[in-house]
Design a protein around this ligand. Sequence first.
Ligand code: BJW
Length: 243
Amino acid sequence: MSRPIISPSGPIVVLTGAGISQESGLDTFRCAGGVWSRVRLEDVATPDGFRRDPALVQEFYNDRRRGLTEAHIQPNPAHHALARLEREWPGGVLLVTQNIDDLHERAGSTHLVHMHGELLKVRCLRCGEIGHWAEDVTTDTPCPHCHRPGGVRPHVVWFGEMPLEMDRIGAALDDCALFVSIGTSGHVYPAAGFVSAVRQRGLAHTVELNLDPSDGASMFNEAQYGPASEIVPIFVDELLGSI
Ligand code: BJW
């Protein structure tokens, strides 16, 4: 299907998932060999799992935090292309990522929502303070703000918890002229429902860029399949070339 001309004054919402960071060296969740093939999500990504065994959960996130800060983990051309789109698209771009890594920021994106939280932040269950954190966390780590021990948890959204900044995301989805979903399997709600919310309004064009068709692939007006580092820069070039 040919793409309609998107007005340069039309706002864009981009949703990203683990697939965009795969070529940067970070595992996806549900692909072969992905995170959920090694650990049970009920054990490490639910409030119940954290209550049952906080040390196991902290170690799971400590491992991933250490992995993220290794020198070879860098933004790839897909992250850089989206940062360029934000800089150059006149109508404005909101980047909504399900990823807890910081590769979009490192590529230069600033208009960004981490709807599932951030690996390099912790939250204190006692005082509620959220702060930057790049070190390991133990079950005794004192909160850097209130200094009480034992209440520090990863600032991530587990199953059964409310994703972050949903009002801001909802308003952007209501207003957008183009919705682009990149590297996400469409398994996890509410993100998996964004395309149908946009489609129901009937005013925006919807595009999926992914390695393989997602669960919601039939909902999109247009789709391109291939590695994100290849297809996202081409898509962004075409979009900016249409201005
Ligand atoms: C490439 C590529 C390459 C690979 N290039 N592409 C029954 C029905 C409906 C909903 C529910 C239900 N029961 C429970 C729910 C709700 C639940 C849910 O969705 N469960 C489903 C499993 C059914 N959701 C929640 O609980 C959420 N909260 C909630 O709903 O609150 C209530 C609410 C309702 C309405 C409005 C608002 C609120 C919270 C979900 C929290 C998810 N948390 C995790 C962990 C975060 C921290 C961490 O990272 O450890 O978030 S789970 C995990 O999945 C992580 C991801 O962000 C998320 C999505 O995964 P993603 O990004 O799609 O990765 P993959 O691996 O699945 O897919 C990778 C894709 O990339 C694939 O398509 C590949 O093809 C592709 N790819 N290489 C391009 N090189």
